[in-house]
Every structure is written in C-alpha cells, then in structure tokens.
Ligand binder design. Structure first.
Ligand code: FE
Ligand code: FE
Ligand code: ZN
Length: 291
C-alpha cells in the first residue's frame, strides 16, 4: 500500500483535527506537522477533545495514525553547547506533546556544529539524545533526518548518522530519509536499490521509518538544501517515482515538503495525483496557479 501525504499545518484552534482535514483535502493517507511554529517555542496546550475528534476522522478515512509524523522545530540544536540545556528540555517537552497526541514518530535534524567540529558536534548530539531518552518514558521514536550538508550540518552522510545511532544505542532512534538532502549531499538516487543496499550495510534498512519526498533545485553534491516541486528539479520524476514505489520501503510513509507555488498555492493535491498516476505533468505549476 502507498502511504503518501505532505507537510500540513497545526493551528491553535483546530490542532490535530485541522491537520487531518488539510491532509484529506490533498487526497493524502498520511501527513506530517509541527506542533507549533518551527522557529519559535510558543506551543498551545494539547486539547484532548480535538485529538479524539482527529482520531475519529482518521479512522473514518482509513488514515493509519501509526504512519503520521511530527517534525521537531529546527531551533533545537543539540550540538550547540550554549543552547544545549534549552534544546534538551525543549525536545523532552516535544516528545511528551507527541506522545499526548498519540503520534509515534518525531523527525529531528541532528544539528549544526557551528565551528565545534564534527566529532564534538556528534558527541554532543549523542549526549543530548541519551538525556532525552532517560527523561522520557514514551513509545515515541525519534527519527534523525539525513541532511544536505549546508553550512556545518551534521548528518550529511550515512556514516555520521550511524555514529549517532550507535552512540545512543536506543531502539527508539531511527532514520528519516530526505531525497533532496541525500541528492544535495552527494548521493546519486538514480539507482536507488544500490543506495538502499549501502544504507542497509552501514545502518540497517529497518531503521528507516519515514521518507521526505522532494525534488531539488540544485545539482548533486551542491550542499544547498532547496526543495523543488516533484519532477521539476534535478532529481527528476522517474527517479522519485522509483523511490516512492520501491518494494523494500512500501510500508514507509512518504511525505512531500515541496514549495508552495508562488508562495501561495499548496501543490500537494496535484503532486499526489501525479504520483498516483505515475505520469509527469509538465503543466502542473500553471494548473496550480490557475486553479
Ligand atoms: Fe526536516
Ligand atoms: Fe525534510
Ligand atoms: Zn530540506
């Protein structure tokens, strides 16, 4: 079964119920959201009544809630020593919020070492994650996202991700692939099965619990991290379709984080349609603008 969805909003008034409604409006059967603005710490109190209604709506529409994903805010940086205590405590709070919402997976950017160096950065991430797991007792699995290697980002190759996973040594730690990030960090996704073989060799394929499906505005190895709409970038439609329909990842939720057209129109309904048809529509952007 194909599990496909996109990034959706999470508002103060409707919370998870609003997220489910937005996902359904795109024809999705999974989705991902931030529990508040990704760039600040303002978080509304979780309303259990809205959560209950959201789960009923998911059930009525065959959305498997165990495939739904939360993305941790990117202000968390476990590498940065000045922000370390803040990042740990905010991540602990976030894990608790995710658990209260009944969601199983929380995607986290490993962090940026901002001059400390890769080794120190990685050891800080390991310390932070250990602290988070010690301070929470939940079923929430934290998924380290593969990064583009922009600036001093850690997690730009499978070896770095594996060092963290091995160092933390907790079964509640997994991986979220991001196709744009993998491409920008230098992985050729054209032969995706070879990539999965390599992943399986370095980390273990069973650690993959989510995939962000994005095309890339830049060439392979550019370390830029600028997402493009499906089929309109340097990864290309056929390669992305091959990834989406790969047999080894068929149970894994696929989440679009592609840009809004003209910063105004969400592309997800159209991109999901195109993915389900497996046929590239080169007029998609115009069709979205003229909807
Ligand atoms: Fe991300
Ligand atoms: Fe991503
Ligand atoms: Zn990105």
């Amino acid at each position: 079964m194909l599990y496909i969805g996109s990034h959706v909003g999470f508002t103060k008034n409707e919370q998870l119920l609003g997220s489910v409604k937005e996902a359904l409006s795109y024809g999705s059967n999974t989705f991902m959201f931030y529990t508040g603005a990704p760039q600040n710490t303002a978080r509304s109190v979780i309303d259990d009544d809205l959560t209950k209604k959201a789960f009923e709506l998911m059930k009525d529409n065959n959305i498997d809630s165990s495939k739904v994903i939360v993305h941790a805010p990117y202000i968390i940086n476990l590498c940065n020593e000045e922000k370390f205590d803040f990042s740990c405590s905010f991540l602990i709070e976030e894990v608790k919020r995710v658990e209260k919402l009944g969601i199983k997976y929380l995607v986290l950017h490993p962090g940026s070492h901002v001059g400390l160096g890769i080794d120190k950065g990685i050891s800080n991430i390991i310390l932070g994650l250990k602290k988070v797991f010690e301070s929470t007792d939940s079923d929430v699995t934290i998924l380290l996202e593969t990064m583009a290697g922009k600036g001093t980002e850690i997690g730009r190759n499978l070896e770095e991700i594996n060092t963290i996973i091995t160092g933390v040594n907790n079964k509640k730690l997994g991986v979220c692939l991001d196709t744009c990030h993998l491409h920008d960090s230098g992985y050729d996704l054209k032969d995706f099965d070879s990539f999965l073989d390599e992943f399986n060799h370095v980390i273990g394929i069973n650690k993959i619990k989510c995939i962000h499906i994005n095309d890339s505005k830049n060439i392979i190895g550019s370390h830029k991290d600028r997402h493009e709409n499906i089929g309109f970038g340097n990864i290309g439609f056929d390669t992305l379709i091959n990834i989406i329909y790969n047999e080894r990842l068929k149970e894994i939720p696929k989440i679009l984080e592609t840009p809004y057209v003209d910063r105004e129109y969400p592309p997800y309904k159209y991109e999901i349609e195109m993915i389900k048809k497996k046929e590239f529509n080169k007029n998609l952007i115009n069709e979205i603008k003229n909807q």
